[in-house]
Design a protein around this ligand. Structure first.
Ligand code: G3P
Length: 221
C-alpha cells in the first residue's frame, strides 16, 4: 500500500519524507489556500521534495479551461498528477489528458458508479472521500469495498483506488483491509500511526532496566 500525504505544507512534507513513508502528495484548492502562497510555487517546491505523484487540482469547471489548466500543471514537473472533479467536464478532461500520457486523479468520488466512469475515462487514480461520507451518516468504507470489488471484476480497468478524506488511523486500517491501493493521510494521522501505549510502556521498561546496568553500548565499560 502506498501512503500519500494530504497537505500543501512543504516543511511538513519534507519532514515526513525523511521517514521514508511518503510515496506521493495530494493537494486541493482548500489546502493551497491555507498556505497563503502562490499555487505554482507551492506545487513546484513539493515536486522537488517528493519523487512520487503530486496531485494538483484544476479550478475551472468547463472542459476547455480545465484542459488548459491541466496541461499547464502537467508542465510544472514530471511527477504531477492532475486532479479533476467528478463532473462530465472533469471526465472529458481526464480522458484527454490521460490519452496524452498525463496521470489524472479524479476527485470528489462518492459512489461506485462515479468510480466506474473515472476508470473508463482512463484515470490513474480515483479518490473516494471516506470521511465526508461518514460526515453525512453513510459508511465511507463501504464505498472502498464496493469500488475494490467492481474494479476487480474488470481487470482491464487499471485505475488505482486512492482512499481520501481519511480522518483517523482506524480509517487507514480499514482502507488497507479493503485493499485500497493508496491512502492519502493528513500529516497528523500519519504521525499517529506509530503510536501504541504498549510500545511506549515496553520501551520505558527496557530503558529503566538498561539504566540499572550502568552500561553504554558505544563504550567498552
Ligand atoms: O484531498 C482531499 C481530501 O483528502 C479531503 O479531506 O478531510 O477535507 O474531507 P477532508
Amino acid at each position: 500500500m502506498q501512503f500519500f500525504v494530504d497537505t500543501a505544507d512543504v516543511d511538513e512534507i519534507r519532514d515526513l519524507a525523511s521517514t521514508g513513508m511518503v510515496d506521493g502528495v495530494t493537494t486541493n484548492p482548500s489546502l493551497i489556500a491555507k498556505t497563503g502562497r502562490h499555487f505554482r510555487d507551492v506545487i513546484k517546491e513539493i515536486c522537488a521534495v517528493v519523487s512520487g505523484p503530486v496531485s494538483a487540482e484544476v479550478t475551472a469547471t468547463d472542459f476547455e479551461t480545465m484542459l488548459a489548466e491541466g496541461q499547464g500543471l502537467a508542465d510544472l514537473a514530471p511527477n504531477i498528477a492532475v486532479k479533476v472533479p467528478l463532473t462530465w467536464d472533469g471526465l472529458k478532461t481526464c480522458k484527454a489528458l490521460s490519452d496524452d500520457g498525463t496521470a489524472v486523479n479524479v476527485t470528489l468520488c462518492f459512489s461506485v458508479n462515479q468510480a466506474l466512469l473515472a476508470a473508463k475515462a482512463g484515470a490513474a487514480f480515483i479518490s473516494p472521500f471516506v470521511g465526508r461520507l461518514d460526515d453525512i451518516g453513510h459508511d465511507g468504507m463501504e464505498l472502498i469495498d464496493e469500488i475494490r470489488e467492481v474494479y476487480d471484476n474488470y481487470p482491464d480497468l487499471d485505475t488505482r483506488i486512492l482512499a481520501a478524506s481519511i480522518r483517523s488511523p482506524s480509517h487507514l486500517r480499514q482502507a488497507a483491509l479493503s485493499g485500497a491501493d493508496v491512502a492519502t493521510l493528513p500529516p497528523g494521522v500519519l504521525r499517529q500511526l506509530v503510536e501504541h501505549p504498549l510500545t511506549s510502556k515496553g520501551l520505558d521498561a527496557f530503558l529503566a532496566d538498561w539504566k540499572k546496568t550502568g552500561q553504554t553500548i558505544l563504550s567498552e565499560n
